[in-house]
Design a binder for this molecule. Sequence first.
Ligand SMILES: [Ca+2]
Length: 481
Amino acid sequence: MAMKTGLRAFVILLLGLSASSLPGANPGFNVLFIAVDDLNVSLGCYDHPLVKSPNIDQLAARGVRFERAYCQYPLCNPSRSSLLSGLRPDTSRIYDNATPIRKVFPEIVTLPQLFKNNGYFSARVGKIYHYGVPGDIGTSGLDDAPSWNQFINPSGRDRDDQADVINFTPSRQLGAALCWMEAKGTDEEQTDGKVAAEAIRLLEQHRGRPFFIAVGFYRPHVPDVATKKYFDIYPLEKVLLPQEPDHIANIPPIALTTKPLNYGLDEEKLRRFKRAYFASISFVDAQVGKVLDSLDRMKLAENTIVVLFGDHGWSLGEHGQWQKQLLFEEVARVPLIIALPKAAVSGVSPRTVELVDIYPTLADYCGLKAPANLEGRSLRPLLENPKSRWLVPAITQQVRNRDGKTVMGYSVRTEHWRYTEWDGGAAGSELYDHLNDPNEWQNLAKDSRYAKTIADMKKLMPRARPDEIPSPSNSKKNDGN
Ligand SMILES: [Ca+2]
């Protein structure tokens, strides 16, 4: 008996060593990977004055919230392909919503696949790789089968009741319109209610082995759908449009996509739509909360890394612009929260980080050998000390058509500045001083007093640029989704 106890103690000691003491060893952390489609930083934890997001706020309070996190491309498929492959859009050359990553790189090991290859149970519920919302809800869209052991494509009442959606911009398809609906039925009947329920079921079924479970919520992607109680949080008179000085003439026209400004809609319609976007955020926050509560209930939070992010931001009338595919702060910026199990550190990191950093970060913390060609960096230094030194800028890019030619806009963000060049500057450039002008109302690019700043920012622009940019293969698909 004594021998047995001794042996057991020895084995436990060995397990303990392999779990925590050996550098690079797999500590057996699970990953709960939560993607929220088209979610900008209109969240309580990002100091939004109106939006209620108690569940995401609670996650932020126990993890590290990245104050300056940016997507690599402000459109679903290019952004998701980048963060799931760990490659920048100029490497994958995916700039549209039609090309799956594995068509470009058949042998690629994606982030979920790395976990699957290392014995994890890898599964997704809902939208992780791109597919069109609302049209492709219930299908697999551009999914990547080798990434998963299992996948689930929920479809809810919001999809069935689509004929009731109110579209304030009827010439635009629903996936790219200012459109919304007060949903009938319960939260549980909506697609995102089903996403939460299926995610909880997966957690219950697979809690006994290491897992990488990806949960892809659909809202606040348009049509913005929520049940009545979430609309009731936001009295219309409290939902206001940005009050801006006259500054549009100083922005290069190529930077703008909403023409005429605000689609020429009257203020009340714009406010009604914005209210639906906020209602939709509070609705999705409640669904996220169900999944996070179940993690606590199953005591899985103790060994599960939780990542929550939006795939790109969204413009809500700033500069008269709406939606995505813009290089302004509201669209390039995303919410990003990483909560480590039993984290010794929580707080806010002010450093500029990118969604492409998620892959190396998760591989690093789970002790998995990541592919050598990843283009992001592990955020470990910032998760251990959110304010530690970090001099990497964030790069966001966006294709535009210029006089029939496909050209690129690049935007570089440091903690102090945003500098954007369209077609290498030939179609215009923008410089914004974020310490003094967080709303980007004063384009300083033509002000000679900032020549040195511009020269410094130019040095941070991507050096290797594609000689030829493939034309988006289906402009209709790129319109939204
Ligand atoms: Ca999206």
